[in-house]
Design a protein around this ligand. Sequence first.
Ligand code: SF4
Length: 368
Amino acid sequence: MTLVARKQLPLRPAGPDTVDALLAWYDAERRDLPWRAKGRRKQDPYRVWLSEIMLQQTTVKAVIPYYEKFVARWPKVSELAAAPLDDVLAMWAGLGYYSRARNLHACAVAVAARPDGQFPRTEAELLELPGIGPYTAAAIAAIAFGHPATPVDGNIERVVSRLFAVTHPLPGAKREIKRLAATLTPAKRAGDHAQAMMDLGATVCTPKRPSCLMCPLQQDCHAHARGIAETLPRKGAKAERPVRYGTAFLVLREDGAVLLRKRPAAGLLGGMLEVPSTEWADIVMPADMAMAGAPVRTDWWSVPGGIVHIFTHFRLELQVVRAIVPVETVLTFWAEPDRCVWVPRRDLHKAALPSVMRKIIAHALKEQ
Ligand code: SF4
């Protein structure tokens, strides 16, 4: 990025001049991201949609390798639609928020089933597809089809709240921020405008220490003029995250296979593989009660330490126990044998295992 300090000019209300300044900045400084069309080429709606779904709750840096793997394997939406869901979940493993992967597949199937096999072009039609909410519908409509839609993600929320000095805290201020953001959406180049706002939020108008002196919108920014930029957007007090506890059972067979179980399709980590465990409860279960739910009857070794994983709505603390068992071992009723599979250790890297399960396995096997 070219860093040029700007002169102090009189404050003006954010409006068409703001948009022009932002687009000029974007033309010079836009981030080179793999899902963005180069030069004057048209944006591919499939790639816009895929990247937007992946970017929900996830950083650009984490998304890029996943995005590249997906488009290399399934270059078109019809190919993703034809893929088995388990393959999509396995490819998604590690990216988190697994309902996104199930909805991604369901959405690809719905698009492929349309008469033209293409994504619809309007926000209203996009909103009817699985996994597409108001933000994603607006982002696809603007970026892929140039409609004057106004997506508001965390970056845009921050830029707008500062530009207009919205001091009312989130989440109550969301509606007002969206209304103000829409006043800036241009009739032409709406997609570039949305991406420019995202880029500005990611690289200049950052949560801490925004680079106001380098910002193309400094002249229009009320928060900067009032010296309160870094305090915005304000947030209401957060409820403390509850803690859940459990015991995970890592069973290693003598031939090197690890016992895994498929989680139910609906709910947290739905359809992914897991290391069998007790229920994740609000209290620490007594050891004998926890061990009564073990998937095999054998001698267990308690792995020192434990693992902690932060989900959006709770913190999970797990004790891990490990056992090595003969090949002919019979699973207990509690293991729910119908949902269990033995996966060779060498194949674990390609299994549909979410990060928390990989953490458990790494912890259980580290002192072997
Ligand atoms: Fe953000 Fe500062 Fe630019 Fe205002 S002047 S939009 S606070 S970077």
